[in-house]
Write a protein that binds this ligand. Sequence first.
Ligand code: ADP
Length: 392
Amino acid sequence: MILIVDDKPVNLFSLKRILELNDFAVDTASSGEEALRKILKNTYALVILDVQMPGMDGFEVAEAITGYSKTKDLSIIFLSAVNTDKRFIQKGYASGGVDYVTKPVDPDILLLKVKTFYKLFEQTQELTRMQESLREEIEFRKRAEEKKDEFMTIASHELKTPLTSMKAYLQLLARSVDDANVDTRRVYLQRTLTQLDKLHGLVADLLDISKLENGKLQLNKHIFDFDKLVTSTIDMIHQTTPAVLITRKGKADVEVYGDDVRIEQVLMNYLSNAIKYSPDKKDILVNTFVSDKGELVVEVHDKGIGIPLEKQELVFQKFYRAEDSSNRFQGLGIGLYICSEIIRLHGGSYGVKSTPGEGSVFYFSVPVLSEIHTTHSNNIVNRLNALNEDNL
Ligand code: ADP
């Protein structure tokens, strides 16, 4: 928008008309004070400013305008009937003006100047916008670099911990090789294997992350029995951590078309987290049911530390670790992100409900291909039909 400032209504009217006829949006002010008020409130591309006005004259208005950072880029064209002297023109430029037109105004010349300044304003605005988005982009990349560095530090630390333990147990084993005590050696060997499992899990997660980044996480899909998957995953946990109590509720008698190894990974991750983040009460419930939408829902309930409401939606984000728990529990903050991507690739959903101090319920769902008892009854019907046909 263009602001015309002139104390004479007739001048305001004629200039406004010329500009409006050329498709410019125009605002007017009949004194320097009114002009300043408007400039502070609105954004103008250009001000056409009469020099001789009672009260604040045009030069004073221009000086005030250029003093405000908001109006730094505002162009001013001075209009003057009498001050055509060179020193007045110089004063106009010194007070921040960019052009000086003497009256009587040639409308064509004024229009050409207005168009040029208007274009300049638009280009300046575009440049400012580009500068702003570049600044945001640079800031984002910094931040990303910082996050990566932080992750590298945590990852190296996490990898070093099981390695150091393995080294220690293997040294103990080496020293006790000639020892007759087989049980001691068995303990060292078992502890080495436990640490090796941890290391293997960490490296597998890191590889998954890079596969996800490159869009190369591929699913090996086939039809499988979901209930068997739940049972075998819980069995695996019981074998490695016998002290943990895991109970089951509901059935999962359905067939699912998906990658059973990856879905097992999700359930395993939920269960390992439930154990890890329940330092006092390792009492876990796995509930499975088919929802109204025909999806199989798996819920893992724990009685652990819980997660505050504002952090619940963040836990599935890459590298996110709830601050309160990050010092007390080891982890890379990528397990749940990998789980969420696996479930997303299966067309399912996931989430968490939690109360700090009471526990959490992590859940995921996957579309069901068919309910197994239905398949069985269909098979029986088919077989009966076949028998009938044979008998006819
Ligand atoms: P990690 O456990 O390696 O930090 P995850 O991606 O598995 O990474 O989990 C992200 C964060 O979510 C964890 O750091 C923890 O703060 C929180 N979290 C996950 N599972 C639970 C749980 N069962 N109870 C409480 N907090 C949890």
